[in-house]
Each structure stands twice: as structure tokens, then as C-alpha cells.
Design a protein around this ligand. Sequence first.
Ligand code: 6PG
Length: 466
Amino acid sequence: MSSDIGLIGLGTMGAALALNIAEKGFDIAVWNRTTSVTHDFAKGAGDLASRITSTESLEGLVAALSEPRAIILMVPAGDAVDAQIEALRPLMGPDDLIIDAGNANFHDTNRRAREATGPFLGIGVSGGEEGARHGPSIMGGGNRAHWDRVAHILEAISAKYEGTPCATWMGEEGAGHFVKAVHNGIEYADMQMIAEVYGILRDGMGMQAAEIGAVFDRWNEGPLRSYLIEISGKVAGAHDTVTNGPLLDVIVDAAGQKGTGRWTVIEAQHLAAPIPAIEAAVVARNLSSQRDARAAGEALFGAAPKELPAGALSETVLEQAMIAGKILCYAQGFAMISAASDAFGWALPLPDIARVWREGCIIRSDMLNDMAAALTDDPDRNLMLAPDFANLLKLNHDGLREVVAQGALYGLPVPALSSGLAYFDAMRTHRGTANMIQGQRDFFGLHGFARLDDGSTGQHGPWAQG
Ligand code: 6PG
């Protein structure tokens, strides 16, 4: 029997994806570098075992597939992908397709697509293990005809939003991995904003973890309804059997990161695309891991007051801040995608990106459906200017300001929320302050400036004469 598709790499994500593929009715051949892992996987496949062919060599894997072949790589991003392609390509026919479904840096995917001696796709897969097993969000990149060859499989295994598959071709080469990187940047900012509000509830308002969990649970019934709010409620509500107290209270406050958020920020700088909430989130993760330095700072300067006066902030105001912060963060992410589309000659489909993020991925949220509608209406307009989101911002930006102000007064760090607020204020300021910067640049470097009154450019100040 020839299998419909192959998969290399039976780690957590690869194994889950393979079972998902089999469950959707496709025959799949699998291979892992360590054969015992393949055997254990096959043993654990239960009812799905009849659709799975375990192979013990790359040659065996290739031989098990119907032609033209398609093989998904689920190996760690980076050199392992190049090594796997190098080992696999000589065994494959000229029409056989390699699909890198790991969290690749999109520059690597661009390079791999250009160097490829046969069909190649780079696809971003979001949703963690649960998503991979039961329906991830899939952001595809590469040659459209190659995508079309496997689209029926990828759509079948993807999450569905009201029946619509969350699997979409985003563009050539690394477009899918680029969109996944921005997804992860937004993921970082969303998580950071939730962590900031958690800090206010804990340190500013003296709430216990379980009470905080209940706040998130309530928010999950309103406009903030999303996977990240939902799991934050569960994380805050979890019990630790060792201490017999909240688990959250014993988790070390140093965030890990595999680098995708950092890639997004680096790329945003190259593109000159402002994504301050995402940048703040990456910085906050970096700072979080400097625990010794933070302890030394606290010993030297003393802890900030933190405790807010009674009634200074309410659950409602914090919810408003989160709503405004979330809109501003997504607006930044979509604006960055738009900038990349122009810079890289991609036609990244912004409404489809919002649609593909509605289910399956980590940043899935009710708001994304409205974002898809707003971006369909006008993909070139900053999301914060779209009527529905402008209205939401009008209703909620005062709450954001209140939270940022109280955070500043009492030493409760809110970097992502305050970056969102600064972005909002900058984006509603027609007459900014960069005229001073232009004056300074002309003063020390004769860089020239444009005049507001007559529109003339290349002007210099009186300092130029002397
Ligand atoms: C997803 C996640 C997933 C993974 C990140 C975590 O969309 O399913 O983004 O890809 O959780 O790699 O990244 P960090 O380790 O950087 O937090």
C-alpha cells in the first residue's frame, strides 16, 4: 500500500500531526532518526495504526509513498532542516515535494526555496500539541501549484472556523513562515499584556491567584474571549499538590523563548514598521530572565510601592485597558505584515490572515472575526482606524491610560500596555515633535529639513551659515 504523505520527526508536534493526518483518513508513512521512537509511536497509534506505515530508513520512507511524493519535515528549526533536506532530496524524484512545517525563520525558508532542486513549501503551523493533533492553523508559503497539490490534506487536518478550514496559502517562498513569525510576535504581546494585568491584580490589588483566575474567566465571556485569556484563567486557577497552594505562585518568573518573537522585532526594525507592544513584550521576556540583576536592583532601590489605593483601578477598567491594548497590538502586527508585503513583493492577504487565525492557533480570539471583516473592507487601512475598532478604542482608551498611569505611579511595570498607549497617542497626533529632531540633525549634520509652510525640502537653519 502506498501512503498519501510522509512525515519525518516524531517529536511532540510531529507525532500529533501524524495522528491528525491519519485520523482525517489519509495514509501516512513516518520516519524518525531514532527507530525506537517510530516503534513507540506506532504502538501508541491505537485505531489509527492501520493508516500508519512505520519506516526504518529514509529510503524506506520514500519507497512507502505514492508519486508524486510529499514529505512533511517536523524537525527542529535551523541546521537540522538543511541537513534533513540534504539527506532526503537525492532520494526523491524531480516532482517530489518537501514541506518544512517547523518554526523556521522565514529568511531560511526564502533561501531554501531558492536553493531547492525540487518542489518545496514552508508552512507555519500554530496551535501547540493540541492544535497539531486536532486542528492547527496553517500558514503556507511557496509555489502556489505545490501548495495546491497538498491543500486538500492541509485543509482537512486544519482547525475549522464555522466549517471554513484555517489553512491558507500566504505567498511565495517564506511568506507562510513570515506570517507565523508575526503571529508569534502578537502571541508574545498578548501574553505579556495578560501578565501585566496579572501583576496589577496580584501586587496592586492584593488578589490571590484563584481570584485572578476568576477575573480572566469572566473576561473570557466578553469581548476579550480568546484562547490566551481562557488558559490564563486555568493557569491562575491551578492547584499545586506540593505546597497545597496556587501553582502559579511557585513558577519561576523567568520567561523562556525560542526566538520567534525576537525575529519579528528584528524584521520590524528592518522594515521600519512600528510594533512597540511586541518589542516591549520581547524586552520584558529578556528582562524577566535577569533574575539576579532584578534582585540586586530591589535590594539597592527597595521594592516599588505597588499596592494601589483602594478603588484606584477596577476590574472593568483593567478589562478596558486589555481591550484597547489588544486592538493596538494587532493593529501593529497587521501593519507590519502590510509593510512586508510591499517590501518583499508579496501580496500577503491580510483578511485571509485574520481568518486563518480565528481558530486553531495560539492567538485565536473572537476579535479576529471582526478584524477579518474590517480588513476585507479595507486591507490598506490601519486596523485602529477601521470604524468598529475605532469605536472600541474610543470606548476603552481612557481605561488603558488609567491603568498605565496607575502602574507608573505605583511601580507596577506595564511595558506592553504603555507601549500600546504611546502608539495610540502618536497615531492620533498630527503635529508631532520630530521637527525638533530634524532641527537637531540639520544643526549637527546639515541633513536638511522640509518646511511646513511652503513645502520646500532640503532647507537649512541659520546655523548652516556660520
Ligand atoms: C504556536 C506557538 C508555537 C510555540 C512557540 C513558543 O503558534 O503554536 O507559537 O510555535 O509555542 O514556538 O515560542 P517561545 O518558546 O518563543 O515562547
